[in-house]
Design a protein around this ligand. Structure first.
Ligand SMILES: [Zn+2]
Length: 174
């Protein structure tokens, strides 16, 4: 650290302690040339990624928003909040690892769709239909068709109670 008085580049640390709230380390230094003392603070650099929205405005990345968007799509679907949180975590991490200061909101949307396509086909279609703002029914049907080609057949769930026989068996087994 250059001495603020004589610009000499070397000093020795005479005292080092955390700031009161622990968010910084305060170092008292002494210039090796002029022997005057000065203080430096070391802080964690917080890299806040900005999301560039469709209208060009920017706002800090908000994992809560991503999570609530995902939760809306997964409403009443067999997706746990842990699964959603894990996906949001993964998305946030991949964005941070990109090291970019700004991320287009569209890219986040794509990542959410990708995650939902793995979690639940219905949630995926819900999110995609809102997100992609399908202009017409055909575009929507194309999306669903490509989804059906990708997704393995899901077991039928018609919401009805299991047949009488199955229930009796289960009761006797218990
Ligand atoms: Zn000095």
């Amino acid at each position: 650290m250059k001495c603020p008085f004589c610009s000499y580049p070397e000093d020795r640390v005479v005292d080092s302690r955390s700031s009161q709230d622990g968010s910084a380390i305060r170092r008292r230094r002494e210039c090796l040339k002029c022997a005057r003392r000065f203080t430096t603070y070391e802080r964690l650099e917080v890299v806040a990624q900005l999301v560039v929205k469709k209208d060009g405005s920017r706002e800090p990345f908000d994992r809560g928003k991503v999570l609530s968007g995902m939760a809306r799509a997964c409403r009443k679907r067999p997706v746990s909040s842990q699964q959603m949180e894990a996906e949001v975590e993964r998305i946030e991490q991949s964005l941070q690892e990109s090291g970019e200061a700004e991320v287009a909101s569209a890219r986040i949307g794509e990542k959410v769709m990708e995650a939902l396509s793995r979690l639940d086909p219905v949630a995926y279609v819900r999110f995609a239909s809102v997100y992609r703002e399908f202009k017409d029914v055909n575009a929507f049907m194309d999306e669903i068709k490509s989804l059906l080609r990708l997704a393995p057949p899901a077991p039928a769930d018609n919401g009805e109670a299991p047949p009488e026989a199955a229930r009796t068996d289960a009761a006797e087994g218990a």
